[in-house]
Write a protein that binds this ligand. Structure first.
Ligand code: ZN
Length: 236
């Protein structure tokens, strides 16, 4: 019978479609893909942390530069005043004024030196921390690149397998009528990819429920025959 032969082709076609479904599922559930996504999250976290530490570091470096600049100015002023003092030739009042000025400048110098040292103590660990975070980030990026290569190669392999099955599918679909193909595709969408079942020993291959003889007769009243339980196409 023409109908039966067409329906058998449909079963073969469904095998190919199910194989393609499995390959597509495999494509999206590669273990390396999950590892890649998880590590991507870790990397983004590290990048955020690094950016934040960089901001703090930059601000501290600016403060340090400023303090060092101020210290240099103080040192120059001090040198100038001391030179003036050592040169002599000033009145007693002027000399006393200069002496007090030098004393005040020395006090300011000590304060500024402590500030510079304090900032160095802040900047140094921040630089070290940034360096380590940078190294961590580079390690993550390197690992992510190897994952990307693994994924690309696995996908290329899977895609080649899918392409081979698509070719087989196109060949198998040739003798099947357009109407039957539409029904088949509709059923596949609504029934988890299984549109056709073979009736074996009175059991539907789609839903695995039994059909009594009267039910089997009822099934054949449809064109093509349909399981009375699940409405899938039934190959008798
Ligand atoms: Zn069924």
């Amino acid at each position: 019978m023409m109908l039966d032969s067409g329906l058998s082709d449909l079963l073969d076609l469904q095998e190919v479609d199910l194989a393609i479904d499995r390959l597509l599922h495999q494509r999206q559930t590669l273990p390396v893909l999950a590892e890649y996504q998880a590590l991507g999250g870790v990397r983004d976290g590290a990048a955020g942390q690094l950016a934040e530490r960089h901001d703090v570091l930059r601000q501290s470096e600016r403060d340090l530069d400023k303090a060092e600049g101020e210290l240099e100015i103080l040192e120059n002023k001090l040198k100038e005043s001391e030179t003036r003092l050592f040169a002599g030739g000033m009145s007693g009042r002027e000399t006393e004024q200069k002496r007090l000025e030098v004393q005040a400048l020395r006090g300011q110098q000590t304060t500024m030196e402590s500030r510079v040292l304090g900032l160095i103590e802040v900047v140094d660990p921040l630089r070290e921390e940034s360096k380590l975070l940078n190294q961590e980030l580079a390690r993550h990026n390197e690992k992510l690149a190897t994952y990307e290569a693994e994924i690309a190669s696995a996908w290329a392999e899977i895609d080649a397998q899918i392409a081979r099955r698509e070719t087989t599918k196109a060949d198998l679909a040739k003798p099947i009528s357009a109407d039957l193909m539409i029904l088949y595709e509709q059923l596949r969408r609504s029934k988890q990819g299984v549109a056709v079942g073979r009736l074996t020993g009175g059991v539907c291959g789609g839903c695995h429920l039994s059909l009594s003889l009267p039910e089997q007769a009822e099934a054949t009243e449809w064109d093509p025959p349909r399981c009375i339980h699940c409405m899938r196409i039934l190959v008798l």
